[in-house]
Ligand binder design. Sequence first.
Ligand code: NCD
Ligand code: ZN
Length: 378
Amino acid sequence: MIKTLNLPCKGSKFFLGKAEGPRPIKTKGVKMDLSLTRPDDWHLHLRDGDLLGAVVSHSAHHFGRAIIMPNLKPPVMTTAAAVAYRESILKALPENSDFTPLMTLYLTDHMSPNEIKLARRSGVVFAVKLYPAGATTNSQDGVTDLFGKCLPVLEEMVEQNMPLLVHGEVTDPEVDIFDREKLFIDTILRPLVQKLPRLKVVMEHVTTLDAVRFVESCIEGSVAATVTPQHLLLNRNSLFQGGLQPHNYCLPVLKREIHRQAIVSAVTRGSKQFFLGTDSAPHERRWKECPCGCAGIYSSPVALSLYAMVFEQAGALDKLEAFTSFNGPDFYGLPRNTSKIRLSKAQWRVPESYAFESGEIVPMFAGQTLEWRPSTMD
Ligand code: NCD
Ligand code: ZN
């Protein structure tokens, strides 16, 4: 039996008696728990084959739904491929899981506007992902001519109210990697939003103050952003702390501390335009720890604990639930989840790695002790 308490909890504005936010609950032998509407993950890489089987349960345990990224090899470019991929995800789920994958299509210069109609009619495709060609993992088939060849597709997306999810980096190798997001905003994203003001756009995994300012300058409900745990907790020093740290390498790459602070400030002041998207991107250990390591951080098992840590440190636990569970579905026009999860203020140690048939995956914060432990409430 769970008892609802209104006890003050150090460092949290929430406990000053605000009406909104996760409800604190207390259970026998556990210090302090939060009850949250089940969160969704609005940016997730589940991969396929063995790797899918190894990671899907970590997301399914904590999240109700997830936007599934289409950058497989080959990419998910048609509704038929998305339907097939969805089936394989459902098959890989643990028994009795009610996790719902929300599928996406990989935009290319050659996509036809009719594909958007098919996607909308399918009822299982919820967005289209723009990877500028060459920007990140498996993006080689991505877009080279957004304002030319892709325009009819974008116009159809407006008609179908289908969101465009954007990997916001220019790909010119001459441009400093730390400036690629800002340049993308100035040369592509702002012009896109001006050209198609009715297109719904999610700027994925924002990493800079510039991105925060851009998103907040746009109309709520038409432009939003996902935020990863790594861009809230780490800055670019984490890439080089005591030696090269491949497990902190992702794209867009971690930025300076001022950028991290701007993102923390945006989410913890409760802006509705920002919501949870882990960008959990598993790669086998041997493809991370090698001469040319892959970009991507595996965060599914730790993400909720880490988001809670960020909001707690900012004294903003009252804003956590909107970020994890309300702003995303509200933006996508989907119902909020009705079930709850529990976040217990209890220490747990992150495994050093997760083994599966073909290798192992090292999670974010491997081997470290975290303070908030999520579990299902029923
Ligand atoms: C992602 C991946 O591995 O698929 N990698 C990453 O560093 N985030 C791709 C992406 O979202 O950029
Ligand atoms: Zn991603």
